[in-house]
Design a protein around this ligand. Structure first.
Ligand SMILES: Nc1ncnc2c1ncn2[C@@H]1O[C@H](COP(=O)(O)OP(=O)(O)O)[C@@H](O)[C@H]1O
Ligand SMILES: [Mg+2]
Length: 396
């Protein structure tokens, strides 16, 4: 090894250089995130850096290593770069996520959604599993408890909130306060002492040509408008009914409303691995937290009281377990669920069936804040690992 001809950089200078190394998953540099811990510089120009990963088997490890080396090795006075890998504990992991979210929030534009609103996006890896039914029922159940609940129908082309909530009036726009641009006023419906405030493209489209106009609009742009140009006013909860194949919209949400927590809806049949891979993918690209899993269409109980697992069993629990989130509830298959959706009277409103109870129980869990959000930091690594185990590529 050649003797250094110039003095090596100081530890502070090294830290500054490391600020150019971005953790792609968390979208911030490894120094500010607290991932690059100890830096020592030897007189011989050997730099030793302790790097704590959110999880040991992090797939980004190789990339972070390359970035660190290419930043430092070319620097005058550096003869060698040694990286000592470590793993964060749970507290450090959640501190890092808080920072990452804070950064994202700093970079996010202002939205019209109050900062105190709990934002829950109802998502799934697959269409037709009941996202919209869950959104509509949770919305009325939360409102029935006296809360003000916003519903944003982010399924721009396949909207179903107007039908399911029985609210199809056209949206109005007017100037609010001293704003120079008119705002969209959500449609409102009183539920007991609570209130629903709903926006959906289904409330804008009244003929083919406007429908065509919306078709030309980028999905994320439409959602952005709903977040920015709607006068939400006071709002305790905002439920977002996500479109199927949620990639783009999810990324947009992560950028605009990084405090969004996801509720993942699955059926008992959906192969846990497949959904886990999609969830891993979303966790990697956005860093939204998971508020929990809801298993829909869990079983069917006939009029004689026999119960049949029509669509399989255990999918919700398996998924919740794999992503380290809570299974918030299981909704049985009932004709009344579909009927309620078709008539604009979601079953959770007045129904006395098992499904109605299950929806109301989940709403209660959300209200009583027994639904902590699970940080997905490093979970993509954990998920990928469990997927590999499941596929037999790795020992258990
Ligand atoms: N628990 C349930 N019991 C019976 N039918 C259901 C249930 N959940 C959803 N459905 C019906 O399944 C269909 C798909 O549900 P939907 O909420 O539109 O799914 P997604 O929004 O995920 O595409 C709808 O016709 C709905 O009424
Ligand atoms: Mg839907």
């Amino acid at each position: 090894m050649a003797e250094p001809t110039v003095p090596p950089p100081t530890a502070d200078q090294v830290r500054n250089l490391l600020r150019a190394v971005i953790d792609p998953e968390l979208g911030a540099n490894i120094v500010d995130l607290g991932m690059a811990t100890d830096v020592t510089v030897g007189n011989d120009g050997v730099i030793t850096i302790g790097v704590k990963l959110t999880i040991k088997g992090c797939p980004l490890r190789a990339q972070i290593k390359n970035d660190i080396e290419s930043r430092l090795e070319t620097h005058p006075g550096v003869t060698k770069v040694k990286i000592e890998w470590g793993e964060m504990n749970a507290d450090e992991r959640s501190a890092v996520m808080t920072k990452a979210r804070w950064n994202a929030r700093e970079n996010a534009g202002d939205t019209a959604v109050p900062v105190t609103t709990r934002v829950l996006a109802i998502a799934s890896g697959k269409g037709g599993v009941g996202k919209s039914s869950v959104t509509a029922n949770l919305a009325v159940a939360l409102a029935a408890q006296g809360h003000t609940v916003g519903v944003l129908d982010a399924d721009i082309w396949g909207f179903s909130m107007p039908r399911m909530l029985g609210m199809s009036e056209r949206l109005a726009a007017r100037k609010v306060g001293d704003a120079d641009k008119p705002k969209i006023i959500p449609n409102e419906r009183r539920i007991g002492s609570g209130l629903l405030k709903v926006v959906s493209t289904g409330m804008l489209v009244d003929d083919e040509s406007t429908a065509l106009m919306w078709r030309g609009l980028m999905l994320t742009k439409a959602v952005e408008q709903f977040l920015n140009d709607v006068h939400w006013g006071e709002l305790e909860y905002l439920l977002i009914d996500m479109p199927p194949g949620t990639g783009d919209v999810q990324m947009g949400l992560a950028r605009m409303l990084p405090r969004t927590d996801l509720i993942i809806v699955t059926t008992p049949a959906v192969s846990a691995q497949k959904v886990a891979i999609r969830a891993a993918d979303m966790a990697q690209r956005s860093f939204l937290r998971i508020a929990g899993v809801i298993e829909n269409m869990s079983h069917f109980t006939c009029e004689h009281g026999s119960t049949y697992p029509l669509f399989g069993e255990g999918g919700g629990a398996t998924l919740a377990n794999e992503i380290g989130a809570e299974l918030l509830g299981q909704i049985p298959i009932e004709n009344a669920v579909a009927h309620g959706s078709d008539t604009g009277e979601p079953i959770a409103l007045t129904g006395d069936s098992a499904a109605a109870e299950a929806f109301r129980d989940i709403a209660k869990k959300i209200i009583s804040a027994t639904v902590p959000a699970t940080d997905m930091a490093g979970c993509s690594a954990r998920l990928l690992e469990s997927v590999e185990v499941a596929l037999g590529k790795k020992p258990r």
